[in-house]
Design a protein around this ligand. Structure first.
Ligand code: NDP
Length: 254
C-alpha cells in the first residue's frame, strides 16, 4: 500500500455504476470508502475486489434520504480515517447512490416525489454540506446526474427534475469552493445496464434495442463506460475541468 494513496468516498458503491467507479478509482491507486443501502453481501464482495487491486477499502450502510443519520455516518468515517490514515480527511466525494421511480405527471404520488427529492437532491445537498469540512482543499466533487436532464421521455418527470436540480447545485458548488481549489462537476450517464429502475436496461430486449437505435455508438451503456471517466475526474490531469456537465451516453439523441 502506497502511503501516497488518495481517498475517495463514493455513495452507492456496492453495485452498478458506483461499483465500476470504486474499482476504477482503486485501479488508479486510490483508497476507497463507499456506502451501500442494504445489500452488505455485495458491498463485501466489492471490498474484496478493491483489496485484490492493492488498495484499502471500507463500506458503511447509509440511506441518503435519511438526513438524521448523516452525523453518525460522518463520525464513523472520521474515526476510521483517523485510525487508518492519521487524520479524518479525504480527497474525492462522488455522490452516486440512488434509485428511480417511473410514473406520469398525472400518476406520480407525493410520496414518490418526496423520495426522489430526498434521495437525489436533499440528501446530496446536505451530505455534501456536512462532508465539506473533511474534504481536502484541492479535492474533487462529482455528482451523478442523468441524460434525462437534456432529453425527455414520458414517465420520468420527478426523477429528471431532481437531477436537473443537482446540475444547478453542482455549478454553485464549483463557484463557492473555488477558493479552496475544490472542483465540482456532474456526470450525466445515458441508459446503462444496471439494476436501476427494475433492471430493464439489462434485461428488457425491446428497451435495449430502442436505446441502441437512438445512440450513435449503437448499444446500451455498461457501468465500466462510466467508472473510468469518474476516476479520470479525480486525476491531476482533470484539475482544470470545473463546473461542467459531462454526458456519457455514447451519443444518445445527438
Ligand atoms: P443500481 O440500482 O445498480 O445501484 C444503486 C446503488 O445505490 C447501490 O449501491 C444501492 O445500495 C445504493 N442505494 C440505493 N438506494 C439508496 C438510498 N436510498 N440511499 C443510499 N444508497 C442507496 O443503480 P445505478 O448504479 O444504475 O445508479 C447509480 C446512479 O446513477 C444513480 O444516481 C442513478 O440515478 C444514476 N443514473 C443511472 C442510470 C442508469 O441507466 N443505470 C442513468 C443515469 C443516471 P444497495 O446495493 O445496498 O441497495
Amino acid at each position: 500500500m502506497s502511503t501516497k494513496s488518495k481517498i475517495a468516498l463514493v455513495t452507492g458503491g456496492s453495485r452498478g455504476l458506483g461499483r465500476a467507479m470504486v474499482l476504477s478509482l482503486a485501479k488508479n491507486g486510490n483508497n476507497i470508502i463507499f456506502t451501500y443501502h442494504s445489500n452488505k453481501e455485495e458491498a463485501d464482495n466489492v471490498i474484496a475486489e478493491i483489496i485484490s487491486l492493492g488498495q484499502k477499502a471500507v463500506a458503511y450502510p447509509l440511506d441518503v434520504s435519511k438526513l438524521t443519520t448523516f452525523d453518525h455516518f460522518i463520525h464513523q468515517i472520521s474515526q476510521h480515517l483517523t485510525e487508518h490514515e492519521g487524520n479524518p480527511n479525504f480527497d474525492f466525494l462522488i455522490n452516486n447512490a440512488g434509485t428511480g421511480v417511473y410514473g406520469s405527471v398525472t400518476d406520480t404520488t407525493e410520496e414518490a416525489f418526496d423520495a426522489m427529492v430526498n434521495i437525489h437532491f436533499k440528501g446530496v445537498y446536505f451530505l455534501t454540506q456536512k462532508l465539506l469540512p473533511l474534504l481536502r482543499n484541492g479535492g474533487r466533487i462529482v455528482n451523478i446526474s442523468s441524460g434525462l436532464t437534456r432529453v425527455s421521455f414520458p414517465n420520468v418527470s420527478a426523477y429528471a427534475a431532481v437531477k436537473g436540480a443537482i446540475e444547478t447545485y453542482t455549478r454553485c458548488l464549483a463557484k463557492e469552493l473555488g477558493s479552496r481549489q475544490i472542483t465540482a462537476n456532474t456526470v450525466a450517464p445515458g441508459a446503462i445496464a444496471t439494476d436501476f429502475g427494475g433492471g430493464a436496461n439489462k434485461t428488457d430486449e425491446t428497451k435495449r434495442n430502442t436505446i441502441a437505435g437512438i445512440t450513435a455508438l449503437g448499444r446500451v451503456g455498461e457501468p465500466e463506460d462510466i467508472g473510468g471517466v469518474v476516476a479520470f475526474l479525480c486525476t491531476p490531469e482533470a484539475g482544470w475541468l470545473n463546473g461542467q456537465r459531462i454526458e456519457l451516453s455514447g451519443g444518445m439523441m445527438v
